[in-house]
Write a protein that binds this ligand. Structure first.
Ligand SMILES: Cc1ncc(COP(=O)(O)O)c(C=O)c1O
Length: 243
């Protein structure tokens, strides 16, 4: 279904919510096309951030005074909002600095588990040994590639990539052949930040489930555009940016 184009008046109402769009660049009205990398912030976000720093800023979960209690409540309220958006439990939401850090955290935890040491979350079921495989795709953002390259180098596991066909779609035949008993982790993007293609998770995730692999979803480009419900998608971990 294609949405009806916005009218000029509707576009003006939307633009007015983003103070940065009122500036000129090289003598022209500002047009911003890099939202896939980071989005501009509407006034209500800017106002909320300013209000926080002007009225509540203090150590979250680390202070006994009034302001710390207020800051902690605001932080936990944000967690509740995110949990509601994802339709998951609050205790399943983990805040990190950005998606890159989140993905590195998962890979690092698996790395620790692979040495027999714990790292908070228990990933011992996915401890990697030489001969095991980590599977990604050919269209991953560096944030969902380098952590797995490093994890493979640290553990002796092999990193494989599901190829992408000439039309930009994931090669599902290749995915079927590549997902085997050796696959311990499947880490793939939900929506490509390059092409916008949506990964047919309903075709790929069951294959990983059948071999007991951990499924890690890079949801950076789907969180702003799709209903993102990790439970329905049957993924173990979904990572996305707040920005
Ligand atoms: C698909 C994808 N994954 C990961 C990232 C990295 O996100 P972050 O900047 O939050 O680390 C981006 C950022 O553009 C992205 O598009």
């Amino acid at each position: 279904m294609t949405a009806a184009p916005l009218t000029s008046a509707e576009i003006e109402v939307l633009r007015a919510q983003f103070p940065i769009l009122s500036r000129e660049v090289n003598g022209h009205p500002f047009v911003y096309l890099d939202s896939a990398a980071t989005a501009q912030k509407p006034r209500r976000v800017l106002d909320a951030e300013r209000a926080y720093y002007e009225q509540a800023n203090s150590a979250v979960h680390r202070g006994a005074h009034t302001l710390a209690a207020e800051a902690t409540e605001l932080y936990e309220e944000a967690r509740r909002v995110v949990a509601g958006f994802l339709e998951v439990d609050e205790n399943e939401v983990v805040f990190t600095g950005n998606a890159t850090e989140g993905l590195n955290l998962v890979a690092t935890a698996i790395g620790y588990a692979s040495t027999g040491r714990g790292a908070g979350a228990d990933f011992s079921a996915y401890a990697l040994r030489p001969g095991d495989e980590i599977l990604t795709t050919e269209v991953e953002h560096h944030a969902n590639l380098i952590p797995w390259q490093e994890l493979a180098a640290r553990t002796g596991a092999t990193l494989r990539h599901i190829p992408v066909r000439d039309d930009g779609m994931l090669d599902l035949d290749a995915a079927t052949a590549l997902i085997t008993e050796r696959t311990r982790v499947l880490a793939l993007t939900h929506v490509s930040n390059v092409t916008g293609f949506v990964t047919p998770l309903e075709r790929v995730v069951p294959l990983a489930r059948a071999v007991g692999a951990l499924v890690v979803l890079d949801a950076c480009q789907s969180a702003p555009h799709l209903a993102l419900h990790p439970r329905d998608l049957d993924v173990d971990i979904a990572v996305f940016s707040g920005h």
